[in-house]
Design a protein around this ligand. Sequence first.
Ligand SMILES: Nc1ncnc2c1ncn2[C@@H]1O[C@H](COP(=O)(O)OP(=O)(O)OP(=O)(O)O)[C@@H](O)[C@H]1O
Ligand SMILES: [Mg+2]
Length: 285
Amino acid sequence: MTLVVYGKGGVGKSTMCAHLAMCFAREGRKVLLLGCDPKADTSLRLLGGKRPPTIVDMVTGLKGYRFQELAVRSRPGLDILETGGPQPGQGCGGRSVATLCQYLEEHARELSGYDTLIFDVLGDLVCGGFVAPLRFGFGRDVYIVSSEETASLFAANNIVRVAAEPYLQGVSVGGIIFNLRQNDARREVLEAFAARLGVPIAAVMLRDPAILDAEEDGVTVFDHKPGKRAAGRFAALAASIAARRGAVPGAKVRPMSSEEFQSFVRENRVSRPGPVCAGKKRNRA
Ligand SMILES: Nc1ncnc2c1ncn2[C@@H]1O[C@H](COP(=O)(O)OP(=O)(O)OP(=O)(O)O)[C@@H](O)[C@H]1O
Ligand SMILES: [Mg+2]
């Protein structure tokens, strides 16, 4: 199983990827989590906040790391490989992702030791490098992380647009994971959005302070007592993804043009908040 996870910056991609990777590893799968972001932030919750060496360190430093040194073990059954990236203001992050894919192609034997790959990819698909995991044929199932906010939905629509490109034959959209900013966001808008694009909703994940707390301790909610409820939600998401319920071939999704997206936002009043029930606090998970 290979998941390629996209979404707007800061929407919760690395949070989802790290927790899904944990879920799959706990079930006995052999997971390789691939951070495809110059910030190399995928591993933060899985290595106690330590930064592992990256593919870009290897290429630029010519240090000749071996695969085993780059794919750092988080726990039994879960290794993490970070791509890294150029210094801010220099080079191209997307190109680093293409370098990662080349590296993976050259290490097919080591890769065959894993049964589950998860790519955590920066959402800027304007740069072709970020499509590399799909172009190289590593990933088939695209998952999109989005909040209920307009800018995030805009990025989600763009990702669906890429998945529909004929040159990416064989790619499917596994679903949208709505990771809410506000737990009282209007669900009917999210449902209308997914239905308009013709993609399933993989899950609606609640904002939960335990996730942030765990992150500050450099762990996932599975190793954090107050995170018990969030852990249950991640486990349910992992089970639904493993069952691959409702994945839609790229040829069948229906991305919106920019004008259609704008009409959708206007007609659905996307930024209007949901009703806050009297006496209830927002974002109680
Ligand atoms: N459901 C949630 N509840 C509470 N906090 C969350 C939730 N999801 C994500 N966060 C927090 O939001 C912040 C951003 O999440 P994350 O780093 O996963 O986003 P990202 O999409 O990977 O960002 P980037 O594009 O910068 O890599 C983190 O501090 C994370 O702990
Ligand atoms: Mg991230």
